[in-house]
Design a protein around this ligand. Structure first.
Ligand code: CO
Length: 139
């Protein structure tokens, strides 16, 4: 079994502050980590749940994948991050199993992780992100 944890579920939102306030009011949740990922055009707020995260994600520019997803389908569940020990090995295994990669090779993700995205087409309609924590990844 290559998966070690559900790393995060990512929820696309229009207004990050409103989403953070809602999670605080509803669950008493506090933001554990916040980061702008310029290369992806997103800003994330991570709420920690046990050893997983709820990743509230908003677009920082109109051509961001999150902006496009919200335009197309509205706010809501965007992808699931599966934690793996070795992103490259998991990516290779998924491709061998017939998955359609979005990233041909692992690349840097938020929290100092190494990630690769798999297209929902061929993965039963779910956008999957493989997430490898590195020695420097904060918890
Ligand atoms: Co993610």
């Amino acid at each position: 079994m290559l998966l070690t944890e559900i790393d995060h579920i990512a929820i696309a939102v229009r207004d990050l502050e409103a989403a953070i306030q809602y999670y605080a009011a509803a669950f008493g949740a506090t933001v554990h980590h916040r980061e702008v990922v310029d290369s992806d055009g997103v800003e994330e707020a991570l709420v920690k749940v046990a050893d997983s995260y709820i990743q509230l994600t908003a677009a920082t520019r109109p051509d961001s994948p999150i902006a496009k997803a919200i335009d197309k389908r509205g706010e809501g569940l965007h992808h699931v991050g599966y934690r793996v020990a070795d992103c490259q090995a998991a990516l290779d295994a998924m491709i061998a199993a017939g998955a359609t990669p979005i990233d041909r090779a692992p690349r840097p993700g938020s929290r100092g992780t190494t990630v690769a995205f798999i297209h929902p087409k061929g993965s039963f309609g779910t956008l999957i992100e493989l997430v490898q924590e590195n020695p420097t990844t904060p918890h």
